[in-house]
Design a protein around this ligand. Structure first.
Ligand code: 5AD
Ligand code: FES
Length: 345
């Protein structure tokens, strides 16, 4: 196989098979050319604008036990919190004043937030004139339907890994097929649907990452968030090796080649591994940033992994800081909602 030919094919046909993806993931000589190809495809299909999404981490209470995640129910080292509606709305209003056009409500799988509690909150958020994204985990189809009716526009639910054996190992008590069911329901119900994976889980192979990318394509994901797995000292995976940024960037760049119109964030986990990691990602296929607008204690206690970028910053500073960084790489902040671009209109 020849990396140059493969990249050329991917750049025009947006197709690669499993073996080709695996080859590009493992061939170090292809790295720079891959990032450049992804950058060109990003510019051609989604342009130079970067969409900012204001992230509100509204509960860190979670019923699940994901072995890598600091929010897992068994972690006693974490101070748990749940924001009330007033607090969520006040940060959302601030985000709107600061020019954000999307609010993302992200939380653990917290049973307190029933459809009847989320409905008035979604309605109030919609009155602010923003697009609303939910990232609250697995729910029955009826609930996804009701939340869509209440105003939710988008939903993020990473598959985390499409390797069933790995998925089983890292998600005790969870069911891979139910997660697939959730993603299909979200798509069918008309949500802009985001998924994604962790890169660098112990036992994960290039072949399995290649399958992940093909899964995003088969689902026709509207958004794909990819992040390096960062070992958390308060979890069972605390002794896993510290990851590098490049493997996650490669998975992300290949995702851009195969899903040219998708919205792809430069993730906070990337920035955590390397200062300016997000800018690197934006130059390797990404077109979205999700600044955290959560404040105070909550901002510190939403500890998925250690050393989270900007955790100690005042969120109002992040916007200006990003603006400068974006300007330096020739990119602008989008004034629009940043819906997923469709090829024919
Ligand atoms: N390192 C990196 N990302 C993590 N996530 C959870 N724990 C970690 C970790 N230790 C990611 C998961 C989840 C998202 C909200 O955060 O992929 O979907
Ligand atoms: Fe948060 Fe720079 S983006 S301080």
């Amino acid at each position: 196989m020849n990396a140059e030919n493969l990249l050329q094919k991917a750049q025009t046909a947006h197709r690669l098979n499993e073996a080709e993806l695996e080859f590009l993931l493992t061939e170090p000589a292809a790295e720079e050319a891959l990032f450049q190809a992804a950058d060109e495809v990003r510019r051609k299909y989604v342009g130079d604008e970067v969409h900012l999404r204001a992230l509100i981490e509204f509960t860190n209470i979670c019923r699940n036990q994901c072995l890598y995640c600091g929010l897992q129910a068994q972690n006693r080292a974490l101070t748990r919190y749940r924001l009330d509606e007033k607090q969520i709305l006040s940060w959302a209003e601030k985000a709107v004043q600061n020019g954000y056009k999307t609010v993302v409500l992200q939380g653990g799988e917290d049973a307190f937030f029933t459809v009847s509690r989320l409905t008035p909150l979604l309605q109030a958020l919609k009155r602010l004139g923003v697009a609303v994204t939910l990232s609250i985990g697995e729910r029955p189809r009826e609930e996804y339907f009701a939340l869509k009716e209440a105003g939710a526009d988008r939903f993020l639910l990473r598959i985390e890994t499409t390797d069933r054996a790995l998925y089983g190992r890292y998600h005790p008590g969870m069911d891979f097929d139910n997660r697939l069911r959730c993603l299909r329901d979200l798509k069918e119900l008309g949500y802009e649907t985001g998924t994604g994976v962790l890169v660098g889980l112990p036992g994960q192979t290039a072949r399995s990452l290649a399958k992940d990318i093909l899964f995003f394509q088969a689902l026709d994901a509207d958004m794909v968030g990819i992040g390096p797995f960062i070992p958390n000292p308060d979890t069972p995976l605390k002794d896993a090796p510290k990851p590098a940024l490049t493997p996650a960037l490669k998975v992300m760049a290949l995702t851009r080649l195969l899903l040219p119109q998708a919205n792809i964030p430069a993730t906070t986990a990337m920035e955590t591994l390397e200062p300016r990691g997000r800018m690197k990602a934006l130059q390797s296929g990404a077109n979205v940033i999700m600044p955290n607008v959560t404040e105070g204690e909550a901002r510190l206690n939403y500890a998925l992994y250690p050393g989270k970028a900007c955790a100690a910053e005042d969120p109002s500073k992040c916007r200006g800081c990003l603006e400068k960084q974006l300007q330096a790489i020739g990119r602008t902040i989008s004034q629009g909602y940043g819906w997923r671009v469709k090829r024919n209109g």
